[in-house]
Design a protein around this ligand. Structure first.
Ligand SMILES: [Zn+2]
Length: 299
C-alpha cells in the first residue's frame, strides 16, 4: 500500500538525495566532539627536576583532572618512577594505574652514550631484579638514538634481546632506519615508537614499518603533521589511524617541566583530535591499546 502521491514521493527522494550529498560533502570537521573516555598516557616522564617541583599528589591531580587512568612511568634517574609506584594509596584514590619502565639514563650524559655502555645493562638488570612497589617493571625506555647507526651498539642490541626474552615493551625515540636495526636484534620485541617518526619520517614509511613489524606500535606525541589547525586530525593521519586502530597510543611526553605546566591542556588537545576519529577507534587509541599491551582492566 502506498499513500504517497507520485509528486510527494519525488520530493521526498530529492530531499533524501540532497541530505546524502550534504553528508558526503560536509567536512568531518563539522561536528567534532572531544573524546570523553579514559586515557592511557603511554609516554610520561617524572624526572628529578619535575619531582622537585611537582609532588606526587600534584602530578596525580593533573592526571585525574585529565581523565588519565594509566601511565607508562619513567624517569631520569629511576627514582621518580619508584616514587609514583610507591604511592599506592594516592594512585588508587586518583584512579591511575602506574606501569613502570626502567629508564636507561642516570643523568644527562647517558643520553648520548648509553648504547655502548655496559654499565647501563648492569643498572637495568639490577632495576629489573628489584622491581617497584607497584609490581615488576613492564618495559625499558624511553631511550634516544640521535644517530641510527648506534642502534647496533652493544648495549642497544643486548637490551633489545633482553626485552624480547622477558616480554618487556621498549619505548624508543628513534628514526625509521633505527627501527629496522632494532628489530633485526629482536624481531618479536614489543617496540613502542615514541613520536612515530618525529624527524620528518613520511607517513607512508610509518605505515610500511607497521605492516612489516606486527609488534611495532606508534606513540603520537609531537608527531609532525598529525594535526592541522585547531587541533583537528589531518586527513592522512585520520586514514592511517582508522586503517590500523590497534597500533597507536597517545602520550604527554613530560620531558621538561613546561609540559607538566601544560599537562591538562595537552590532554585536552589529545581529546580534541581523538574526537575526529570514529568513537570506537578513538577509544582504542586513547585507552584500549595501552590497556591491552599491559593487561589492564577497563577503568
Ligand atoms: Zn620522551
Amino acid at each position: 500500500m502506498n499513500l504517497l502521491s507520485p509528486l510527494s514521493r519525488l520530493i521526498r527522494q530529492l530531499m533524501s538525495a540532497a541530505a546524502l550529498a550534504l553528508a558526503v560533502l560536509a567536512p568531518p570537521a563539522a561536528a567534532q566532539t572531544p573524546y570523553a573516555g579514559p586515557l592511557f598516557d603511554a609516554h610520561l616522564h617524572y624526572n628529578d627536576e619535575a619531582s622537585a617541583r611537582y609532588p606526587v599528589a600534584d602530578v596525580l591531580g593533573r592526571m585525574q583532572r585529565s581523565g588519565v587512568r594509566a601511565i607508562v612511568a619513567n624517569s631520569r634517574p629511576n627514582d621518580g618512577t619508584k616514587a609514583l609506584a610507591a604511592a599506592r594509596e594516592a594512585t588508587r584514590r586518583a584512579g591511575v594505574t602506574v606501569v613502570p619502565f626502567v629508564r636507561l639514563y642516570r643523568n644527562r650524559a647517558d643520553y648520548s652514550g648509553w648504547h655502548a655502555d655496559p654499565s647501563i645493562v648492569e643498572m637495568v638488570q639490577r632495576e629489573l631484579a628489584a622491581g617497584t612497589e607497584a609490581g615488576p617493571y613492564r618495559g625499558l625506555g624511553e631511550f634516544h638514538l640521535y644517530d641510527s647507526a648506534n642502534a647496533d651498539g652493544p648495549t642497544a642490541k643486548r637490551l633489545m634481546q633482553l626485552a624480547e626474552e622477558r616480554g618487556l615493551a621498549v619505548l624508543a625515540h628513534v628514526d625509521d632506519v633505527a627501527i629496522t636495526k632494532l628489530f633485526a636484534h629482536a624481531p618479536t620485541a614489543r617496540l613502542i615508537w615514541a613520536h612515530s617518526g618525529i624527524g620528518d619520517v613520511p607517513i607512508e614509511r610509518v605505515r610500511a614499518l607497521l605492516q612489516r613489524h606486527p609488534t611495532l606500535m606508534g606513540e603520537l606525541s609531537y608527531r609532525p603533521g598529525l594535526t592541522v589547525a585547531d587541533d583537528r586530525l589531518s586527513p592522512a593521519w585520520r586514514s592511517l589511524l582508522t586503517e590500523m586502530p590497534e597500533r597507536f597510543l597517545v602520550g604527554s611526553d613530560t620531558w621538561v617541566n613546561g609540559r607538566w605546566d601544560d599537562y591538562e591542556a595537552l590532554m585536552q588537545q589529545t581529546r580534541r583530535w581523538l574526537g575526529d576519529l570514529p568513537p570506537a577507534v578513538a577509544r582504542r587509541v586513547g585507552w584500549e591499546n595501552g590497556a591491552a599491551l599491559f593487561g589492564l582492566a577497563a577503568p
